[in-house]
Design a protein around this ligand. Structure first.
Ligand code: HEC
Length: 160
């Protein structure tokens, strides 16, 4: 391994500083090894991270707020006059159901007072815009928003 790297370095040009890998720190006379990078991975392999990006890029955040907290006013909606939060979807949806919900949206939001005004916001359908993989990533992100303390309580309740 090592010798291969050195030969590669020779071939690529001795003048380049690019072969100085590990020259700073880490060596017998060097300081401590450099810390591994802690920056957020880009186009991550983690579906939750990808889902969070999609949640923002597709405007979910405009209606459902940061981290799915909800609370935006939706006058006379049956969801308490506010757009619902999304942190508890884990309790009501399987992954497939959640993907289906985001894909289909909700055309007509139910009214709290049947005689009252039509709630201004409805849930758009995203099935034509997002791939199944993207919907699945968003679902993973929404599931990740589930509060840990509730998870524990819900597990116990589930077991009976
Ligand atoms: C224009 C505002 C708007 C946007 C943008 C929007 N939603 Fe919604 N969403 C709503 C409304 C309003 C409801 C409530 C519908 C109802 O009455 O059941 C809803 C409901 C939902 C539900 C059902 C929640 C439950 O508890 O049953 C999910 C899941 C959801 N939205 C996810 C998303 C995701 C993911 C995105 C982005 C890809 C998104 N929404 C974008 C307005 C929006």
């Amino acid at each position: 391994m090592n010798s291969k790297l050195s030969i590669g370095c020779l071939l690529l040009g001795l003048a380049s500083t690019g072969c100085n890998v590990g020259g700073r720190g880490g060596g017998p006379t060097g300081g401590p090894r450099p810390e591994p990078s802690t920056t957020v991975p880009q186009a991550s392999t983690d579906p939750v991270v990808r889902g969070a990006v999609l949640y923002h890029d597709n405007g979910c955040v405009l209606c459902h707020a940061e981290a799915g907290k909800g609370g935006k006013k939706n006058t006379n909606s049956e969801t308490g006059g506010e757009i619902n939060g999304l942190t508890l979807v884990k309790e009501g949806y399987s992954e497939a159901e959640l993907i289906d919900k985001i894909a289909s949206g909700v055309d007509k939001v139910g009214k709290d007072d049947p005689e009252g005004v039509t709630p201004p916001y409805h849930m758009p359908h995203f099935g034509d815009w997002l791939t199944h993989q993207e919907l699945s990533d968003i679902a993973a992100y929404l599931f990740s928003l589930y509060p840990a303390d509730r998870a524990a309580a819900f597990d116990n309740w589930d077991e009976e």
